[in-house]
Design a protein around this ligand. Structure first.
Ligand code: SF4
Length: 170
């Protein structure tokens, strides 16, 4: 019988899901470093703020708070913050504007990479932005569609992001 959802995701899913996220962060870090140290620091601070916002603002209200979600963040959030209100997770309405900051994690280094290439061509930078594009779009669609959202209990209870992406697919 096919698994419908996970109470706790298996470790292999957590590892693969995080591999994709970390690969995007590392590629972004590499490209931003080519622009200069100040850009690199600003980029890393931005990524840290997004992670903090997710753990404190969303994960505390998620069904997986204290459990192993597809990214392991339910457990991390439980270590750092108090449990929130599960009702808030499902009834929150989000739009593309709300998730734009997440897309900027890859869009900003991709734009920075194009600027760098215009000034001075580099195969390394070109490879990094192409890989970044593949991992950010195809990679994240794969993680969401085949590993994370597919087996998510919170999706059954109600997930604003899933509703938004689902609407787009129709
Ligand atoms: S349905 Fe997807 S986006 Fe929503 S909580 Fe589950 S894993 Fe996260």
């Amino acid at each position: 019988m096919e698994q419908s959802n996970y109470e706790n995701y298996p470790l292999w899913i957590v590892l693969i899901s995080n591999f994709f996220s970390l690969a995007v962060y590392l590629l972004g870090t590499f490209v931003m470093y080519q622009l200069g140290l100040a850009w690199l620091v600003a980029y890393l601070a931005y990524v840290a703020c997004l992670e903090f916002r997710l753990l404190k603002g969303s994960c505390v209200n998620c069904y997986y708070y204290g459990r192993t979600c597809a990214f392991g963040k339910g457990r991390l959030s439980c270590l750092l913050f108090k449990k929130g209100d599960a009702r808030k997770f499902a009834c929150r309405q989000i739009t593309w504007k709300d998730i734009l900051p997440d897309f900027l994690v890859s869009l900003v280094p991709m734009a920075a990479g194009v600027i760098l290439l215009v000034h001075e061509f580099s195969w390394l930078v070109l490879g990094a932005i192409l890989l970044l594009a593949v991992l950010s779009f195809a990679g994240s669609a794969f993680v969401r569609g085949s590993l994370a959202c597919k087996y998510c209990k919170q999706r059954e209870l109600g997930c604003p992001a899933e509703r938004l992406f689902g609407k787009t697919k129709k």
